[in-house]
Design a protein around this ligand. Sequence first.
Ligand SMILES: [Zn+2]
Length: 288
Amino acid sequence: MSTAEIGIIGGSGLYKIEGMTEMEEVKLSTPFGEPSDAIILGELEGVSVAFLPRHGKGHHISPGELPVKANIYALKSLGVERIISVSAVGSLKEEIQPMDLVIPDQLIDCTNGRESTFFSDGIVAHIAFAEPFCPVLSQILFEAADKAGAKVHRGGVYLAMEGPQFCTKAQSQLYRSWGADIIGMTALPEAKLAREAEMCYATLAVVTDYDCWHLDYEPVTTEMILTTLQKGIDTAKRILKRIIPLIPSKRDCACATALKNAIVTSPKYIPDRAKKDLDLLIGKYLDR
Ligand SMILES: [Zn+2]
């Protein structure tokens, strides 16, 4: 089967990447079900890339129903070590304006009931998550965005909400008081599961609106998002083309060894089923 070095997860508005060559669609199934859609394998700027439209073709999967474990596992099984995710977000800060881009460096989890670990049902692991986004990949993403001439904010707190409804004004103000900079529905559990799978993960957030806290702007609606989104997505596509050649082939960040010493279950107590389903992730640690 073909493989890929870089994975791109496209959010709202990003359903294909122009300029990808030698394209091949692969339909994968994983121990955690089927990914959101077939994964498009191809080359971008001479590098092998796997593209997955997060919400599926035609945007039919709601944020809370995304098969994130299958998505991350499927990309891992293709050899992907780094994931760049593109997401539409609302701004919770005056200075982060619609059409800006943000490369967040922190997360607040306000999702509810989403499956957010590969380690359950008889196996326990605690990964470090103090820095939820890969700092190396995020920095390269920032440089690519800057070179592409985009107005981009380096760092920021992404608050992941459950949705699919937008916030009330009271919630929006509460999240502002917590110091959150942007709000979206999809960076979690993607970031957690990517780290558990020892993959680097960085987010390019496209700001489409001021959520509903700003007195000078109408509260966000889907129509508003779709109107502003397309231009931001065009910029995101230019940035993706620029970042691919900038990514070094070797990783020296902590993401690559996130599971080392994180699995606390004694190997002899790990159920056979977990050993089988998670072999792609933990096999190298169990063989010792
Ligand atoms: Zn990393």
